[in-house]
Design a protein around this ligand. Sequence first.
Ligand SMILES: [Zn+2]
Ligand SMILES: [Zn+2]
Length: 180
Amino acid sequence: MCSKSVIDRTLTLKFLQVMKGARLERTAAFSAVVSLEARAMLTGRCLCGNCSYSIEGEPVVVAHCHCIDCQRLSGAGHTTGAMFAEDGVNLIGAPATFSLTSDGGNTVTRLFCGTCGSPLFGKNTGMPGFMTVSLGTLDAPDTLKPQVAIYARTRRQWDTMDSSVATFDAQPGWEPSDGV
Ligand SMILES: [Zn+2]
Ligand SMILES: [Zn+2]
C-alpha cells in the first residue's frame, strides 16, 4: 500500500512539473506564432462538416492516450486531445453520443458526428466541467502541441512516439482543479 502511494505521488509530482514547463513553453510558442485573435478562439469541424465548434480559452493539458478504449475509438494507436473548460466550448450541429464506464469507474461520453463518424469531443465524470477535443479536428491542428502521453503500458509496438514527450504508464493522479 505504501509503495503504491509513493509511486502515485512521484508520478503526480513529475506530471505537475511537466505541466508547469509545458505551460511556459506554450505561452512562448503562442506569442511567437499565433496571433492574439487565434489564441483566443480555436475552431474545428468533423469530416463532412455537419458538426463544427469554436473554443475560447487555453487548454489545461494536451495529451496522447494509448488506452485500449482510445485505440478502438480512433481505429489507430492512440487519441490526441486537448482539454478545455466546457463553458468555453460552443458546438454547432448535434453530435451523436456514446457513453461507457472507464476502468476507474467514471462515465466517459464520446461526442462524434453521426453522419461521418469523426470523433470530436470526450467528457469524463471524473473531470466535471471539462471537455477534451480531438486535436486532428481543429482547423489549425498545429496550434497546440502534445505535452504528455498516458497509458503507455498498452501502447502498440508499431505506434512509435516522440521520445521527448513525457510518458506515463497509466493516468497520473491529477485533476484540472489541482492547477499546474
Ligand atoms: Zn460529419
Ligand atoms: Zn484513452
